[in-house]
Design a protein around this ligand. Structure first.
Ligand SMILES: NC(=O)C1=CN([C@@H]2O[C@H](COP(=O)(O)OP(=O)(O)OC[C@H]3O[C@@H](n4cnc5c(N)ncnc54)[C@H](OP(=O)(O)O)[C@@H]3O)[C@@H](O)[C@H]2O)C=CC1
Ligand SMILES: O=C(CO)COP(=O)(O)O
Length: 318
């Protein structure tokens, strides 16, 4: 919608014909974006090659679990693509790769080195209503980030560039884990103090792990770090927050994920972050507590106690 507002003709690709029909004929998408009228400049197709015909840029915003398959389709299409922007927030379990690294492993960089991440506090529900939103774009090629900035920037959507692609990608992924934690605390009936504690100790944890794998610590104080942490941990738009809330109320994980009907990236990312922290020898107590609730049948109350009972620490020690 941002790109259509900026005067671009947008072809969206979906794998579901019924969804394409709904969006083309009714100009709406009731499952994913209620009560929003899509601009006329958006056309939806199920034909991947049609979506790529004569395109100046490809925006990929499938969940992390769909990145490899989508990248492979892009490569198979054998068309020239000047710019690829992804808006996906996750880390792949087991490989522990960031999204652009997954794309690289699939061979995307042979098609173009202009691969950009777009991330920041940007709930789709508010972007679609053209409410003021700020995000960050980053790429290994600064010219590519500049192109993405020019493409997306408009009076409602302000885009900053960053040179730290590692930090921007990690911030978007790691904050989802913390949003699960804040939701869990809220579901237990805990208040503002617990939320502030998880957010603040959470950004410390995100920064500690992120800098160990090459991110600039300052990036975590920016839009793709603290900014996205705030929006995800304080908004009921957030699927991660809502999933955490329901778990805190006692609902089982399978039921929570089934009922959401949309991706809850933080669940798989919690597994990935635990593995990454173990590999790097970094303490991530909040992630560990959330992991125990998600995958080790730990009760949310016990997980909270596990955090509060840790040995005394100095606030800024590593
Ligand atoms: N929603 C938001 O406000 C924001 C989301 N993000 C990030 O964007 C990514 C996508 O999130 P979001 O759109 O909200 O997720 P949703 O679950 O709301 O929608 C996912 C979309 O991706 C499609 N999809 C999933 N897997 C595949 C696949 N393998 N191939 C093709 N299409 C696929 C789904 O299609 P189908 O319906 O056929 O399953 C659906 O259209 C996530 O990483 C999220 O963290 C980033 C910023 C903001
Ligand atoms: O990343 C988001 C907003 O910036 C969306 O967060 P959720 O996936 O938790 O809804």
């Amino acid at each position: 919608m941002v790109l259509a507002d900026n005067g671009h003709d947008v072809t969206m690709w979906t794998r579901r014909a019924a969804k394409a029909r709904e969006m083309n004929e009714r100009k709406s998408n009731e499952q994913y974006l209620k009560d929003i009228t899509l601009p006329d400049r958006i056309h939806v197709t199920t034909d991947f090659n049609e979506a790529l015909a004569d395109c100046d840029a490809v925006i990929i915003s499938v969940p992390t679990s769909g990145i490899r398959e989508t990248t492979r389709q892009l490569i198979r299409a054998e068309v020239s693509i000047p710019l690829v922007v992804h808006a996906t927030k996750g880390i792949e379990p087991d490989t522990l790769l960031r999204v652009s690294e997954m794309m690289a492993e699939e061979g995307l960089y042979a098609l173009t080195a202009n691969v950009v991440v777009l991330s920041g506090p940007s709930h789709a529900e508010e972007v679609a209503k053209r409410q003021p939103t700020t995000v960050t774009v980053s790429s290994e090629r600064s010219e590519a980030a500049d192109s993405a900035q020019n493409l997306f920037m408009n009076p409602n959507f302000r885009v900053y560039t960053s040179r730290d692609m590692v930090g921007v990608e990690l911030g978007g992924a790691l904050k989802n884990v913390m949003a699960l934690g804040v939701g869990l605390a809220a579901g237990l009936g805990y208040g503002d103090n617990a939320r502030a504690a998880i957010m603040t100790r959470g950004i410390a944890e995100m920064t500690r792990l992120g800098t160990k794998v090459g991110a600039d610590p300052l990036t975590f104080a920016g839009l793709s770090g603290l900014g996205d942490l705030i929006v995800t941990c304080t908004s009921q738009h957030s699927r991660n927050w809502r999933a955490g809330y329901q778990l805190g109320e006692g609902a089982p994980l399978d039921q929570v994920l089934d009922q959401m009907g949309m991706v809850v990236e933080g669940v798989k990312t919690t597994r990935a972050v635990s593995q990454l922290a173990e590999r790097e020898g970094i303490e991530v107590p909040i992630t560990t507590a959330i992991y125990d609730v998600l995958f080790n049948d730990q009760s949310p109350v016990q997980a909270g106690k596990q955090l509060m009972d840790r040995v005394p620490k100095h606030e800024t020690e590593h």
